[in-house]
Design a binder for this molecule. Structure first.
Ligand SMILES: [Zn+2]
Length: 107
């Protein structure tokens, strides 16, 4: 398994939870709007979904780390998948320079 595969595996799980948080946020907003904003439970559901998505976003930046130097590279990996901007995907850890295509066992 390469470092890139290892990092994307960690990222995939976190992104699924983040997406679920945004879905709950959207459902909560839709329910709150349909209730005319008079039901605090729907607003709480929306806020809970947003908090989950926000916390997972921070988790991605802080805990998806280079296995060699231990510094967070999650923000660069997420940035590479952004469809609004064209970024050059990273091939090396920006902190220690290890190739993301090198085998994880070699470290
Ligand atoms: Zn590194």
């Amino acid at each position: 398994m390469t470092i890139r595969e290892h990092l994307h595996q960690k990222l995939r799980h976190a992104k699924n939870v983040k997406l679920a948080g945004f879905v709950v946020f959207g459902i909560g907003l839709a329910l709150a709007a349909s209730a005319g904003g008079r039901n605090p439970v729907f607003a709480a559901i929306a806020i809970a979904g947003f908090v989950v998505a926000f916390v997972v976003g921070i988790f991605i930046q802080a805990k998806v780390c280079c296995p060699k130097c231990g510094k967070g590279v999650g923000k660069f990996l997420v940035r590479d998948e952004n469809i609004l901007f064209v970024w050059r995907p990273i091939d090396y850890c920006p902190y220690c320079g290890v190739s993301l295509d090198s085998e994880l066992e070699e470290l």
